[in-house]
Design a protein around this ligand. Structure first.
Ligand SMILES: Nc1ncnc2c1ncn2[C@@H]1O[C@H](COP(=O)(O)OP(=O)(O)O)[C@@H](O)[C@H]1O
Ligand SMILES: [Mg+2]
Length: 392
């Protein structure tokens, strides 16, 4: 999959921009604050409806503007070529260029596929998959377990719409169940009132854990390969699913295990007023040579492992869908030594399209087989094309 045209209005530092993008390797070079990350962010927003930088959608709207719009025309060698548009509400009062808020923007976010409005933003996820990596993804190794669960959710969500639906039902059941548990803890409700929510929690939770375990089983060997290619193969990366529901088995076995655990935890739940076990407590354990990277890894090891996980995510999405996602690599070359940077650039050959940003035109970048070279300055993008492997 590739994005052939990206149009931005009132998005971050861009008041208006249309970019034509070829398949292959696109390099974006510009100084800090020239708008590189914002471009990749816009593409990820089209793919997932979420920004990799913030949970507050209004932050991406250009300061002072009351709305922003991103439109992407995607293309693919065999499959669909969706046109995706996301319009977001801002907090500004002034409409940029005198343009009023579009009448269709009734909520915080409006999504269109092929110029037809979607009922739910979730419908767009998986239409045009993309994977984003930036130095902040160090948190994928270093951060709290929630960061790794989010990684799983974003990845599996782009493969299976049903997963997102299960997740939505799980979260609702969890919230309702916790609400009732608080009442139980205060002596205002009793155990049996929980049963319907426990039923929904178990049903959705069993499917979520099965999907997560399957995804990680596919991810782990690929991540090890990617890691090997990045590091010269001296250390062995392993990725493992840790959950009360881990350990394979069919849905029935998982259900029995989940119910048993819930029963066991009941006294604590009734005391604390919160569900103590389930996929919302899952963990992805990442080790190098059997040592937990989260605790024992150096910053460099953690960063390389995070990159390997993201590259592997892209590979697994590609395999499961029969089409590679767009790969968005933000500012990650400067952190790698020249040999690793060259190794990474070689790994990119298998993708339909890669967008790479860098503050400087490094030697490795100039020498690699890029298709388009974009120079950024103050919201303006100048493009050179097709001169592969040279800077002239
Ligand atoms: N909502 C916004 N409205 C206008 N400008 C913004 C907004 N958010 C960030 N910026 C500015 O956009 C510029 C470009 O940011 P960014 O894309 O992160 O650049 P780069 O990745 O090249 O360093 C920065 O100067 C930043 O302050
Ligand atoms: Mg940046």
């Amino acid at each position: 999959m590739y994005i052939c045209e990206l149009t931005l209005q009132n998005f971050r530092c861009y008041s208006r921009l249309t970019l034509e993008l070829p398949a292959g390797l696109n390099v974006f070079v510009g100084p800090n604050t020239s708008g590189k990350t914002s471009l990749l962010e816009a593409v990820l927003l089209l793919a997932t409806t979420k920004s990799p930088r913030t949970n507050r959608d209004h932050e991406v709207v250009r300061w002072g503007s009351c709305w922003a719009r991103i439109v992407g025309q995607f293309g693919s060698s065999g499959g669909a070529s969706p046109n995706i548009a996301v319009t977001l509400k801002g907090q500004g009062q002034v409409a940029e260029g005198g343009e009023a808020v579009p009448s269709y923007l009734t909520g915080p976010k409006h999504v269109e596929i092929d110029r037809r409005a979607c009922d739910s933003a979730l419908q767009v996820v998986g239409q045009a998959p993309a994977v984003f990596f930036s130095p902040d993804d160090l948190q994928l190794i270093k951060g709290a377990p929630g960061v790794r669960r989010r990684f799983l959710n974003m990845a599996i969500g782009q493969i299976s719409p049903r997963y997102l639906d299960d997740l939505r039902r799980y979260r609702r059941a969890l919230a309702q169940r916790n609400e009732l548990l608080k009442q139980v803890a205060r002596g205002e409700a009793d155990g049996p009132t929980l049963a319907p929510w426990t039923g929904q929690l178990v049903e959705a939770g069993v499917r979520i854990s099965a999907d997560r375990e399957r995804f990680l089983a596919q991810l782990s060997p690929v991540a090890a390969d990617m890691h090997g290619a990045l590091t010269g193969g001296t250390e062995r990366l392993q990725t493992r699913y840790e959950s009360v529901l881990a350990g394979g088995g069919d849905d029935e076995e998982r259900e029995t295990a989940f119910r048993e655990q819930l029963e066991k935890q009941w006294p604590r739940e009734a005391l604390l007023g919160a569900t103590q076990v389930g996929p919302h407590r899952d963990e992805v354990v990442v080790t190098v040579d059997s040592r937990r990277l989260r605790r024992f890894g150096s910053q460099g090891q953690q960063r390389t492992a995070a990159l390997a996980l993201k590259l592997a995510e892209a590979q697994v999405i590609g395999r499961r869908r029969g089409e590679m996602p767009v790969l968005l690599l933000d500012d990650c070359l400067s952190e790698l030594d020249p040999a690793r940077a060259a190794g990474l650039l070689e790994l990119l050959a298998g993708f339909d399209q890669v967008l790479v940003t860098s503050a400087t035109a490094t030697e490795a970048l100039r020498r690699c087989n890029w298709t388009a070279w974009h120079e950024l300055a103050e919201g303006i993008v100048r493009q050179k094309r097709g001169v592969s492997g040279t800077d002239e």
